[in-house]
Design a binder for this molecule. Structure first.
Ligand code: PLP
Length: 398
């Protein structure tokens, strides 16, 4: 980029011979004048080279590779507003189809009766699921003539930050189960210790963000069934399947973590993680209408028709939902199973090789979600070497 002012610019000049690239682009103030589209594009595109390369990002659960057809669909749909279901009825129809496919994938007893919505990600989906549990609990308390102002929710300290947000934003006491020794997930026994009449629900994670392990949904459900038989307390179970709800159905089909488990009232997943859709889509599904209180649903009528809406956001892009549907059609159960199995085989072989190196102990080899976690062996000194050093080295070349 020339640092001195050149003269005699004309329309045929190369981008890098232009006026616009002769001066620094403003950072914090809107420029007074407009500039050529090509020049603005080049400035930003070049600056973004300073970002990491997402294909080398080992620390994300989100998709970093898309087929060309996905790119095309995204380009064709970026102007569709998901919330404007009256103007874009076919995008809304595609969303509905996805909800039913997902409910069916999660073994809803009747996928036609299951209700659900797309969201911007699991975080929004978890807020919605948490609210549904809080509202249902409060309605039941009211009906029984009891106070409804001290709700609590039970989960592990290992929950993703969205659950801490839920508790704080919606004023629900969080009862956190600590991790102990080699236990990095919650147990049925620990859950039971914290339950009382003010518990709106329990959250079990299918694929802990920290270790990749599944929490024992069936054991927790069985313990809650027993609790109900003994005390009458009917405490619902939500599964945060941000990652695992798009893994287990394909490669661990016999694991009954989903709606096959009577106690599970709602499930969320991130379409943009193992759902393989572009960033910006999540899903929340309830077993049936009974678990989604009516007073949480708004009937929005100012965009034309009268449309039900249960969301925190309003306007939101429709492309991610269309691409989720694309992946469902394109891959089917067969395609998803092959991809997820390949990922898992990779995780397992890495775990084996890393375990053999000596200094490392494998915490989870990737046999739940295909994520492996390991630590330095206890009680040995590696000349001050820590896993932060390893992280640093990995960052050098991804
Ligand atoms: C990633 C993740 C979330 C948050 O999901 P987003 O789609 O990023 O909002 C919530 N819970 C778990 C277990 C996760 O792994």
């Amino acid at each position: 980029m020339p640092l001195h002012k050149t003269h005699n610019h004309n329309d045929f000049d190369d981008v890098f011979a232009s006026n616009d690239l002769e001066v620094s682009a403003p950072k914090y103030r809107l420029p007074e004048r407009q500039m050529d589209a090509k020049h603005a594009y080049q400035i930003i595109s070049d600056e973004l080279m300073l970002d990491g390369n997402s294909r080398l990002n080992l620390a994300t659960f989100c998709g970093t590779w898309m087929e060309d057809e996905v790119r095309r669909l995204m380009a064709e749909t970026f102007d569709k507003n998901m919330v404007d279901r009256d103007e874009y009825p076919q995008t809304a129809e595609i969303e509905r189809r996805c909800v039913h496919m997902i409910a069916d994938l999660w073994n809803a007893p009747d996928a036609d009766l299951a209700v659900g919505t797309s969201t911007v990600g699991s975080s929004e989906a978890c807020q919605l699921a948490g609210m549904a549990m809080k509202w249902r609990w409060r309605n039941a308390r009211k009906a029984a003539g009891k106070d409804g102002d001290k709700p609590n929710i039970i989960m592990g300290v290992n929950v993703q930050v969205c659950w801490h947000k839920f508790a704080r934003y919606w004023d629900v006491e969080e009862r956190l189960i600590p991790m102990e020794g080699d236990r990095f997930i919650i147990s049925a026994e620990e859950v039971l210790k914290l339950c009382d009449e003010n518990t709106i629900g329990v959250v079990a994670i299918l694929g802990s963000t920290f270790t990749g392990q599944y929490e024992p949904v069936v054991e927790i459900a069985t313990a809650l069934d027993k609790l109900q038989a003994e005390t009458g307390l009917d405490i619902p179970l939500h599964v945060d399947g941000a990652s695992g709800a798009m893994i287990a159905p394909f490669i661990q089909p016999d694991l009954e973590w989903d709606f096959r488990c009577e106690r599970v009232v709602s499930i969320n997943t991130s379409g943009h993680k193992y759902g393989l859709a572009p960033l910006g889509v999540g899903w929340a599904v309830w077993r049936n209408q009974e678990f989604l209180p009516d007073d949480l649903i708004f009937n929005v009528n100012y965009l034309g028709g009268d449309m039900p809406d249960f969301a925190i956001n309003f306007s939101r892009p429709g492309g991610q939902v269309c691409c989720q549907y694309y992946n469902f059609l394109r891959l089917g159960r067969e395609g998803y199973a092959k991809i997820q199995q390949n990922c898992q085989d990779t995780a397992l072989s890495l775990a084996e090789a890393i375990g053999k190196m000596g200094p490392f102990e494998i915490i989870h080899p990737g046999n739940d979600i295909p994520v492996l976690s390991w630590k330095l062996k206890d009680g040995e000194d590696f000349n001050g070497y820590t896993l932060f050093d390893l992280g640093e080295r990995l960052r050098h070349r991804g």
